[in-house]
Design a protein around this ligand. Sequence first.
Ligand code: SF4
Length: 305
Amino acid sequence: MKNEERYNHLNKYLKEKFGERTLKICIDGGFTCPNRNGTISTNGCIFCSEKGSGDLIKYNKDISKQVIDYFSSYRSERANKFIAYFQNFTNTYDSIPNLKSKYDSALIDDRIVGLEIATRPDCINEDICKLLKSYSDKYYVCVELGLQTSNDKTGALINRGYSSNQFTDAVKLLNKYNIDIVAHIMVGLPEENFDDVKSSVDFINTHHIQGIKIHSTYVIKNTVLADMYFNGDYTPITLDYYLNALTFIITHISPEIVIHRISGDAPKDLLIAPEWNLHKKWVLNGFDKILRENDLWQGKYYKKK
Ligand code: SF4
């Protein structure tokens, strides 16, 4: 088996779906988050940066202008098809007319074939699903849902502000509208161990989702997690631990799920620890080696629930 066939890589999935290489345009929609603006909390999740987990986006301007700038740059020369990806903060946290206006502002170029929206499970409701569904005639529509862990005790510790049951409710609602879901999970959250990795995988396997983003917990500047790290209350995981966890996750999840990410993209200027997080290749190559040497593949140990 070729190594690229050992798991369902996003690039391969998009190529098959759209017939050619398809890239994401990361957009800052100017949203906030109920876990930031005081509705649930003002502190946010303990690992969340000032930019709401979208630190690699350099823009903070009009949505259409961001798209126009993207297409005027060399980046747009690498493909002919693109997905408008609303990444920062909670991209369904607004009134329906405002959401529609923001999404429409991004869908201004014929090369855009998809709309991807990152959000929280408690910011999904029937009206939002109907709005998202209304784009599906013309676009591939996908919602990224935070989960991080199925352990609600950790959820409280990281100040996530929603429960795993709320994740389940959001998944059911999106399933009802046949909207694709990508779940986020994190390895190495405070006070978690390998049993939590196993539980989160079991939990994911009981849901009808189409994709997953996996990354290790990293500490960046100006976060509660950074305070915990400097106080000695949090120790980041090692690269070996992460690779073992990643191997467990990939070999135990459904072979149908598309793997959108297997490593975090910590911003270099903001990263405090762990240092290995800056070396994406270490994760990608290390993981490929484990799969190859042990003849492993996605879903090898998956048991349908
Ligand atoms: S839900 Fe997302 S944007 Fe909101 S505080 Fe948590 S990580 Fe940050």
